[in-house]
Design a protein. Structure first.
Length: 336
């Protein structure tokens, strides 16, 4: 008779994950809280596999998982946060009860910055469906303050979280547009893109709130990244449509390095020019200038921005990428 009741907790956890015996997974996790550091990390890697394969089943495990966010080992905390990101992206409802724990990690100034970044990312995905649970004044303040961090990957996650908050409920950031505009010139193109997108989303709901960001958005029409230029043009079009104030669009805005980027920019420049000329309130391009349109195009734009270019260069720092290497830039450390 194969009886695993007396097997080590890690072994029982692995078998429970493989058999999808979630009650047994929870029980093993409770025992593993006092196991060795290596066993705890191995257990959390198993959980990450479960999070990727069966995110909707993760909700029942949450009470046993969230204590690992305060584990003594920072690698264990990071593995936990990454697992919650994977679940939150696919099943925000499953992670909603963990919002207070994730918010505590985000707010902890002594926490490892990658744990804070992943916690912010998970909160952002939850905010897409549960903005009331996430977008408290305290969490929004922590996200905005974090935009001043030095680590590009951290700022990317925080900017993305703010974008998600806006997509979940545009009104949440209506009175914070000027703060977002202060960071539209960030050195990292993904930070600029996510924040331009957040501003554009706010403009879909309340175009009059973009007045304080017009100068910063206009400066992004000369951005080196085409997707940033396109999203800035969309936000300016929303502002112009609401205020009646025209925006001059330089021809260089339409320069793009790929067909996807060229189409993205061209559609939004058409929208901006039509709004500046006082044409019909209807967008000349379906979906542009609408919340649904922004939601449907953001992921594709980010995928295009973060894919290695045809010359094998890192999309973040421009260094030549070695062939056959892991998808992590050896210079700046960013994934691609």
């Amino acid at each position: 008779m194969d009886d695993t009741r007396h097997a080590p907790p890690l072994e029982r956890l692995v078998e429970a994950v493989e058999n999808r015996a979630y009650e047994a997974v929870s029980g093993s996790l409770g025992e593993l809280r006092t196991a060795s550091t290596e066993d705890r990390k191995r257990a959390l890697r198993e959980l990450r596999r479960l999070a990727d394969d069966r995110p909707t089943a993760f909700g029942s495990l949450l009470p046993a998982v969230t204590p690992f966010l305060t584990d003594d080992d920072r690698a264990a905390r990071l593995l936990t946060a990454k697992a919650l990101v994977a679940v939150a992206e696919a099943a925000p409802d499953a992670v909603a009860p963990a919002v207070p724990s994730l918010a505590e990690r985000l707010a902890d100034e002594d926490e490892f910055y990658y744990v804070r970044a992943r916690s912010a990312e998970a909160l952002g995905y939850v905010a897409l469906e549960h903005s009331d649970a996430v977008a408290s004044p305290e969490v929004l303040a922590d996200l905005r303050v974090g935009l001043s961090f030095d680590e590009p990957e951290v700022k990317q996650k925080l900017a993305k979280a703010l974008e998600c908050v806006a997509l979940g409920d545009p009104g949440r950031l209506r009175h914070r547009v000027s703060t977002l505009a202060d960071h539209l010139d960030d050195r990292d193109e993904l930070v600029r893109y996510h924040l331009c997108t957040a501003v554009a989303v706010v403009g879909c709901d309340a175009p009059d709130s973009l007045a304080e960001a017009r100068a910063a958005l206009s400066a992004r029409l000369a951005d080196e990244n085409a997707f940033v230029r396109g999203r800035a043009a969309e936000a300016l079009g929303l502002s112009a449509r609401g205020s009646g104030e025209a925006v001059r669009v330089p021809d260089s805005v339409l320069d793009a390095e790929s067909d996807e980027a060229a189409e993205f920019v061209a559609e939004r420049v058409r929208f901006l020019r039509a709004a500046s000329e006082g044409e019909s309130a209807e967008s000349p391009v379906e979906g542009v200038g609408s919340l649904a349109g922004v939601r449907s195009t953001t992921d594709d734009a980010v995928d295009e921005m973060t894919s290695p270019d045809v010359d094998g260069e890192c999309p973040h720092c421009g260094i030549d990428l070695p062939e056959g290497a892991p998808p992590m830039c050896p210079s700046c450390g960013a994934p691609y």
